[in-house]
Design a protein around this ligand. Sequence first.
Ligand code: FES
Length: 170
Amino acid sequence: MATNNKDNQWKVDFPIQQLDATQVSRRDFAKFLCLVSGGLAVGSGYVAAKANFFPAEKVQGEHFVCKKDELPQGGTKSFVIPGSTIPYVLIRTEKDDFRAYEQKCTHLSCAVFYMPKSGKIECPCHNGWFDALTGEVLAGPPPRPLPRLDVIFKGDDIYVREFETSPKTL
Ligand code: FES
C-alpha cells in the first residue's frame, strides 16, 4: 500500500491529465505557427535589408588563392580573404576561364555552387542561377549579379583583387 502511494505521488505533484498534456488546441497551434512565421519573416527581412542597404566592403590589394595546377578544369576552390569573413569561390571552367565570385547568393545569402560542364552557378535554396563567366543572373529570384573579383596570374600563382575590369574586355 505504501508503495502505491509513493508511485502515485507524481500525480499530486503534477496534476495534469495525459489528455491535457498531449492535446494541442487549435489556438495554441496557430500561436506557434504565427511565432515561427514571424521569426522567419524577420530573419529574411534582416538578410535582405543588410544586402541592399549596406554597401559591400572593398577588397584592398591582391590576395594569393592557390597555384594554377591545384585547380583542375571544371574545379572550384573556396577561399576567404584575410581580414574578411566573406566567402569567395574561384572557378576554373572546362574552357580554362578563371573567375572569382562571392559565394553568397544575392537573394538571401545562401551558398552558391558551380555546376561543372554547365557554365552556370546554382543557388539551391530557391533555384537561382548565375552565368559562370559574368556572374549575371540567368534565372530565379536573385536581384543582382554575383559580386566578382578580378583574377590575375603571377607565374603559376593565382591572385584576386577588387573587380575593375569590364566584362566586355575579357
Ligand atoms: S537565396 Fe539564392 S535564390 Fe534565394
